[in-house]
Design a protein around this ligand. Sequence first.
Ligand code: DC
Length: 223
Amino acid sequence: MGFQIAIDGPAGAGKSTIARIVAKKLGFVYIDTGAMYRALGLFFADRHVPLDDEKTVESFLPEADVSLEMSGGVQHVLLNGVDVNNRIRTEEAGMAASKVSTYRAVRKKLVECQQEIAGNLDVVMDGRDIGTVVLKNAPLKIFLTASPRVRAMRRMLDLQELGQKADPDEIERDIRARDRQDMNRTESPLRQAEDAVLLDSSDLSVEEVTERILELVRERRSE
Ligand code: DC
């Protein structure tokens, strides 16, 4: 069995940045599960499927194939064989992902796929339900959070780097809406696993959060 690190938390907490660095430092495989939900969100948006119509979403689901491919040390998400990495990082794709991720059939499909990818590998996996559902037995679980304002400011910088226009108040509103949707859904709502370590990164640098996690890995591995 590999050593699994589960990182959960709300949108914009810095999960993927941290998870990617931790994975690199440890030589583990990084799996971004949000990218998989975002790819599915795109699939339905491209087909103009009404996202709040669960039955129709479910009926289209068998036509969507989401897979991950590593190239140049970077994870690429493929939707029906097409690389959609450049299309998934918009607020629209995030909201579509958040919406379709409330459906049981969608979650079942992706959770099975994620468990299969993790297999016996050493992995760092981030998402909303990794410690509570996908990798329930992971020896290290982190719940990474930060205040909505701090998360909005970070997301704004990310979007600016991608050349997208960004208004911090609008982003904060989106973040709060997405938190509500992710935390209040019936299927695997976002919550801290009982055995997860809570890390609030509002006043911590990326290096400080990374170091804290690496310290926890050292502790858990020597136990
Ligand atoms: O982490 P992210 O912003 O890329 O995730 C996009 C959406 O996908 C998020 O709002 C909820 C959903 N998601 C989920 O339900 N479960 C996961 N493991 C990962 C993401």
